[in-house]
Structures are given as structure tokens and as C-alpha cells.
Design a protein around this ligand. Structure first.
Ligand SMILES: *Cc1c(COP(=O)(O)O)cnc(C)c1O
Length: 364
């Protein structure tokens, strides 16, 4: 008999990444994975190129320079930062450290699917709580807590809905959870927000011993292909992550690219301003065509086509023009498409394709 995976592994629904290619289409515009609209920061590209003569050397396993650069940029203690091969790496580690057989992980109905995969891989069960208007419902989460609950995961803003919990709500959640339950706030899109009532997690991490914030270089910093993320956590959790992580989990290229991306002048400000303006423009234009767009604080919008059939047809119309967006049936939203905010001309093409489709439908 061949080797068999541990119980539970085969119950994992594999992650379905955003499509990147369309057969027969030469120029595709990929708006399916929330990669920043501007690509990689030029300084990061140069830094990775400059690192090519050191590829035979192991990276610094302690990520000293990188942690200090992150700490300086975000005003955080570098000793409480742990780097990973994408924030997914850190999410898997947290589930292995705090989850496992006999435990429960709580996430919300339309929460980020990696939590489900990581929680199950660790051997625990995953409980999904209902949302209210596509937003995490703190009361529903608190009501789902049992003696087996070990972790609660919230992406803030959430992917794929784009909705945000204000700081007062994440504080209320933390205050209502038992002290020994780990709260993980995933701030993958944190840099896109600029509002005073939002805490990506830093305040709650600082306030106790039971909250972790995860962040990534894959979205606003445009380095999804390098695989780089980080966690900010209380000391005992940092200690656990260092014990559990693979010793060289961040590559030489990711170190250099990440440090350079942080130093690229005006990058975050320009990206955030572009995103806010284009997100508003795209949302308004789709609204004019009669497509409901849910309010989003991230670099994508969730467009609601009313029925799964309409969403599938809209997706086909977009693909016929080389435009790839994200189907989100796997997130319980088969009537929606998630559209990443691209450059202005890319967003124009999305608007034109959907407008034309509506006109065609209206005419027959
Ligand atoms: C994109 C995304 C991530 C980032 O994953 P990486 O492994 O850092 O590329 C994490 N959480 C959410 C909610 C995301 O949308």
C-alpha cells in the first residue's frame, strides 16, 4: 500500500490561484490576484539584480537588516518582527503552533481561504461564522467560541469582500475573546488605507500577549513573485515562530528586494492615491451600468452581478478581451467577480467590456 496522508489532508480544498493565462490570447491583462497596479518598485528590481552574484550563499536566517528596515519604516520593534516566505508562510506556522487536532479555528463566512487550508493542515477544525453585509460580525464570532477555540483569523480589509472592521470593533473582538485565544489580524492590504479609525493590528499586538498582525510585500509593494511577508507579535509568539519556521525561509533576493522596496521614495503614497482614485472611478462606472459594487478599502472591488449565470457570462465577456478577473464561487460568492484595480487604461477596458455587454443584452 502506498503512503497515506494524515487524516484531514485529503479534505483540504486546494487553493485556487487567480488565472494568469488565456489560451489563444496574446495580450492578457491580469486583474485576478491583487498584485499592485504599478508592478515592482524599480529600486527593488535593481536590488534583486545586484544580488545575483550571491546566489550560492545562504541568506541571513535571522533577517537582521530586513527586520530593522521594516521596523524603521513602520515604527515597530524589530525584535518583535518575524519574516516569512509570504505571509502565507506565517499563517501556516501559526496554525501549526497554536492549532492542531482537537482545536477549532474561527474565520468568517467569506474570509480568506488560506486560513481554512492552514487550519486543516495543522489537523484542527475550521468554523465559519456568518457575516453582516459582507463584513465580519464580531458578535457572531464571539458566539462561536467554545473551549476548543484556539485561534481567530480576520483579514482586515478582507479578501475577497474588501470590507473593513474599524479599530473599535477589533478592540471589542479582542476584549470579548478568552485570553488564551490567539487573534490573527491579516493586514495584507493595510497600506492602502489612510483613515484614523483603522488599526492594522499594531495597537492590539502592543496591548497584550495574544494578538498577531501579519503583513505582506505581495500587494502594494508589488513583490508577490519574491514571496515575502512578516508578522508583528508579542515576544512569546515571536519565540514560537522562530522555533517552528524553516531556518532560511526568506531568500537572498527577497531580502534585497524587500529592503529596497521599503526605501523607494513615494511608492506607497503614489500607489495608495492611484488606488483610491481608480477604485472610486471603476465603482462609479460599474454602478452606472447597473452592477452593484460593494464598498472596498483594498486594491480590488467585489462586483455583484445578481446571479451566478450573469457573473459567469460577464467573466466570459471579459476573458474574450483578454481581461482576467477572479471568480469567487469558492468563497460562497458565485454571483460576484473580484476585480483588481489596475492602471487607468486597464480599468477603462474593464468598464468598456462590461458596458458593451450590458448594451448587447439590452438590444436582444
Ligand atoms: C494576498 C493576501 C495575502 C498575502 O499572501 P502572501 O503569502 O504574503 O503573498 C495574505 N492575506 C490576504 C487576505 C491576502 O489577500
Amino acid at each position: 500500500m502506498p503512503p497515506r496522508p494524515r487524516p484531514g489532508v485529503l479534505a483540504i480544498e486546494p487553493y485556487s490561484p487567480g488565472v494568469a493565462k488565456l489560451p489563444g490570447v496574446s495580450r492578457v491583462i491580469k486583474l485576478s490576484s491583487n498584485e499592485g497596479a504599478f508592478g515592482a518598485p524599480p529600486a527593488a528590481v535593481r536590488a534583486v539584480q545586484a544580488a545575483l552574484d550571491r546566489l550560492h550563499r545562504y541568506p541571513d536566517g535571522g533577517a537582521h537588516r530586513l527586520r530593522h528596515a521594516i521596523g524603521e519604516r513602520f515604527g515597530l520593534d524589530p525584535e518583535r518582527i518575524v519574516c516569512g516566505a509570504g505571509s502565507d508562510d506565517l499563517i501556516f506556522l501559526l496554525c501549526h503552533i497554536y492549532g492542531g487536532p482537537g482545536t477549532e479555528l474561527i474565520m468568517t463566512e467569506h474570509g480568506f481561504s488560506i486560513y481554512d487550508i492552514a487550519g486543516r493542515l495543522a489537523g484542527g477544525s475550521v468554523v465559519k461564522t456568518p457575516e453582516r453585509r459582507l463584513t465580519a460580525d464580531v458578535d457572531a464570532i464571539l458566539a462561536a467560541v467554545t473551549p476548543r477555540t484556539r485561534m481567530v483569523f480576520i483579514a482586515n480589509p478582507n479578501n475577497p469582500t474588501g470590507s473593513v472592521l474599524p479599530a473599535a470593533e477589533t478592540r471589542r473582538l479582542r476584549a470579548g475573546l478568552p485570553e488564551d485565544v490567539l487573534l490573527v489580524l491579516d493586514g495584507a492590504y493595510a497600506e492602502y488605507l489612510d483613515r484614523p479609525d483603522y488599526d492594522p493590528g499594531t495597537a492590539l499586538v502592543d496591548a497584550g500577549e495574544n494578538t498577531v498582525m501579519t503583513r505582506t510585500f505581495s500587494k502594494i509593494f508589488g513583490l508577490g513573485g519574491l514571496r515575502l511577508g512578516w508578522a508583528y507579535a508579542p515576544e512569546p509568539i515571536v519565540d514560537g515562530l522562530h522555533r517552528a519556521r524553516s531556518p532560511f525561509n526568506v531568500s537572498v533576493a527577497a531580502h534585497e528586494g524587500g529592503i529596497a522596496a521599503l526605501a523607494e521614495p513615494g511608492w506607497v503614497e503614489r500607489s495608495r492615491a492611484h488606488n483610491a482614485a481608480e477604485r472610486a472611478r471603476l465603482s462609479a462606472a460599474l454602478g452606472d451600468i447597473g452592477i452593484t459594487v460593494h464598498p472596498s478599502e483594498a486594491n480590488f472591488v467585489l462586483a455583484d452581478f445578481g446571479t451566478p449565470a450573469e457573473a459567469a457570462q460577464a467573466d466570459e465577456a471579459l476573458r474574450a478581451r483578454g481581461l482576467i478577473v477572479r471568480r469567487v464561487g469558492g468563497y460562497g460568492l458565485p454571483h460576484c467577480l473580484r476585480i483588481t484595480i489596475g492602471l487607468a487604461d486597464e480599468n477603462d477596458l474593464v468598464i468598456a467590456a462590461l458596458r458593451e455587454r450590458v448594451l448587447q443584452t439590452a438590444h436582444g
